[in-house]
Design a protein around this ligand. Sequence first.
Ligand SMILES: O=P(O)(O)OC[C@H]1O[C@H](O)[C@H](O)[C@@H](O)[C@@H]1O
Length: 424
Amino acid sequence: MMKLDTTHAFLKEDVKSYQEVVNKYHEQLMKRTGKGNDFVGWVEWPHTYDKEEFDRMKKVAQKIREKCDVCIVCGIGGSYLGARAAIEMINGLYADKKPEIIFMGNTFSSTYIAQVLNYIKDKEVCVNVISKSGTTTETALAFRLLKQFMEDKYGKDGARERIVATTDKARGTLKAIADKEGYETFVIPDDIGGRFSVITPVGLFPIAVAGIDIDAIMTGLQKAYEDMADPDLAKNDAYAYAVCRRILENQGKNVEMLVSYESQMTMVAEWWKQLFGESEGKEEKGNLPTSANFSTDLHSLGQFIQEGKKVLYETLLLVEKPTLDITFPSDPDNADGMNYLAGKSVDWVNKMAAKGTLEAHEVTGNVPNLIITMPDMSAESFGYMCYFFFRACAMTCYMLDINPFNQPGVEVYKKNMFRLLGKN
Ligand SMILES: O=P(O)(O)OC[C@H]1O[C@H](O)[C@H](O)[C@@H](O)[C@@H]1O
């Protein structure tokens, strides 16, 4: 379902020359013998997921959908980005769908938090609070405010029926609160880290509340699992992509820019940035993951990409078939001079923009381009894409001899913040 094209990437090494290295790390990943092997539960998850919990998720999601105008999803990092990426990519940005999904718990911005609370004041509200550790400060701060808001609005019993907690099966303050209050809970498996957790209730529950078919996401995951069973670089495009990243780094490219031509995929890029940034950015190694949305950002970043310092390569994440398309109309006056496009589809215009940009960046800009193509922006394709990037991420990190599954560096700011906040 996803295809990699390396013909515009100026690779100076043969991808296939890495086959032995890839075989070794593939085996380590599959046999759970590589670095961080206590966090590789996602590898077999397409088949090992808890089917009972999955069905319960669908039922609870349906109840929540009937109950509310707005569902607040409260979480940060891996407990936020995947669900938002999926919902925006699959439903689009202005889908006429109820309930509206609003994200909280991902910032200390007082204005943002206050505005959301004000916005939902007179609406029917449900809440899904998500935290694997159960102790993340942004999420805990927002959730206390939300809990009080819900209890004031609906009373303790009413709030209980409208709050769902997704957290560790035993640890953390969120688990303790959920047990004490009697909230419906879903479990984040011990061996799946935050940035790999969109395929668990962390992502799937809010995605289901948004009216998306989560069975189709699992189908996509399973298809990707099958397609990636063989580490052969001629067939396994996730691993080939992992290798290309290392080859480009060897050529002095330390910045990867994930580029999409679909506005509704902006959050997919944010999700991808956490996946690669937190997995790879350690021991002073790794490529900086950045992103752009074209053609929008061609009018801002385009100049730098074309003529600025040659630090980056682009990874185009292209979609073959748009969710919707429009035929451009003719105008008898043609005052805007746009009649040359009359009768053409807007998606065709987008694709021509992509083609012209590729040529500009490649031929005169000397910027390597990797091209990954996906068929559409469906739920199934989302599932496939997640798994594709998970495998690529694990492989590309193992190739740097780092543990892809921890994030020790994130704790440093927290320590300082807690000292300043006077936390014991
Ligand atoms: O789900 P939580 O435990 O609340 O964690 C949310 C996020 O916060 C952390 O600081 C980590 O760096 C992320 O990897 C994680 O996804």
